[in-house]
Design a protein around this ligand. Structure first.
Ligand code: SF4
Length: 262
C-alpha cells in the first residue's frame, strides 16, 4: 500500500481544512437567518418559516460537524467509527459543493481540491478494513486507457482485447484472471452506474481522472470506492496510462488472503 498511503498523507489536509471552513460558512448563514428572524416588522408566518429554516440549517450543521469529527477520528485511528458512518457520508456529499465554492473564492485549483477529496475518501475506505470475496469487487476502468488506434470494441466486451501490449488493458485483464474480480470498461458516468447496478459490488476500485473519480465516488455512495488516478501524459482522455502495481495494491486491500492470489 505504499503509493496509496503516501498520497493519503500528503494531500488530505487541504480538503479537511476546506470542510471545516464550509462549516464556519454554514454557521454564518444560520446566524444571518436568525438575525432576519428577530428583525422587527416580520409577520408571524414569516417568523415561523424562518425558524423552520434555522432548525433545518442547524440540524445540517450538526450532522456535518459530527461527520467531520468522524473523518478526523477515522483518519487518526485508521479505523472506522461505525456510529459516525452516516454523518460522514452527509459531510462528504453535502459539503462538497460548498468546499468547491470556497476553493474557487480562495483561487485554489479545482483539481487539487478534488485530488485531496479522493485521498480523504481513500483513507476512509481503507479504515473500514473491508474484506470481501473477489467476485464482490468491481474494477472500473475508463475508456481512455485503451490505445486510440486499437480496433477492438472492448467497452462492449473487455474480453475482445487481444492483449497486444500497446496499452494497459491486457495487463489489467491478467490481474482479473489472477484474482478473479470483475472488470469493466466504461465510457462515462451513465455506463458506470449501469454496471454498478448490474453487478451490485460490495466495493469498487475506480481508475479515472480527478473529475470523474470525484463524481463517481459520490454517485456510488454508500458503496466504498477506492480511487486510483490515471496518468495523462498525452493530455486528458487520450491514451492515458496506469501503474499496474497501484491497481494491484488496491485490489489486495479488499481480498481475504492478500499474499496468495487465487
Ligand atoms: S492491449 Fe488490448 S485494448 Fe490495448 S491496444 Fe492491445 S488489444 Fe487493444
Amino acid at each position: 500500500m505504499q503509493n496509496l498511503a503516501v498520497c493519503v498523507h500528503t494531500q488530505k489536509r487541504l480538503y479537511l481544512g476546506l470542510l471545516l471552513a464550509s462549516i464556519v460558512t454554514m454557521v454564518a448563514m444560520a446566524a444571518s437567518i436568525w438575525y432576519l428572524a428577530v428583525a422587527p416588522g416580520k409577520s408571524w408566518l414569516g417568523i415561523i418559516i424562518l425558524y423552520g429554516l434555522i432548525i433545518g440549517v442547524c440540524g445540517t450543521i450538526l450532522m456535518a460537524a459530527f461527520g467531520i469529527c468522524g473523518m478526523l477520528i477515522t483518519i487518526y485511528r485508521c479505523r472506522s467509527v461505525r456510529l459516525l458512518q452516516s454523518p460522514m457520508r452527509t459531510a462528504v456529499n453535502l459539503l462538497f459543493p460548498i468546499v468547491l465554492a470556497l476553493g474557487r473564492m480562495c483561487k485554489i485549483d479545482r483539481d487539487r481540491i478534488k485530488s485531496s477529496f479522493i485521498e480523504v475518501n481513500n483513507q476512509l475506505v481503507l479504515a473500514q478494513h473491508l474484506v470481501i470475496s473477489p467476485q464482490q469487487l468491481l474494477l472500473l476502468l475508463p475508456h481512455c486507457l485503451q490505445n486510440s488506434e486499437c480496433p477492438h470494441k472492448i467497452t462492449v466486451d473487455i474480453n475482445n482485447c487481444r492483449r497486444c501490449g500497446k496499452c494497459a488493458v491486457g495487463d489489467l485483464l491478467k490481474l482479473r484472471d489472477r484474482y478473479g474480480l470483475v472488470v469493466a470498461m466504461v465510457t462515462g458516468g451513465t455506463l458506470a452506474r449501469k454496471i454498478m447496478h448490474q453487478y451490485r459490488p460490495r466495493a469498487i476500485i475506480a481508475v479515472a481522472c480527478e473529475r470523474d473519480l470525484t463524481s463517481g465516488i459520490q454517485d456510488a455512495n454508500p458503496i466504498p470506492v477506492l480511487g486510483v488516478t490515471n496518468e495523462r501524459h498525452n493530455g486528458p482522455c487520450f491514451n492515458t496510462k496506469i501503474a499496474i502495481t497501484r491497481v494491484e495494491e488496491a485490489i489486495r486491500v479488499f481480498l481475504p488472503d492478500k499474499m496468495n492470489p487465487v
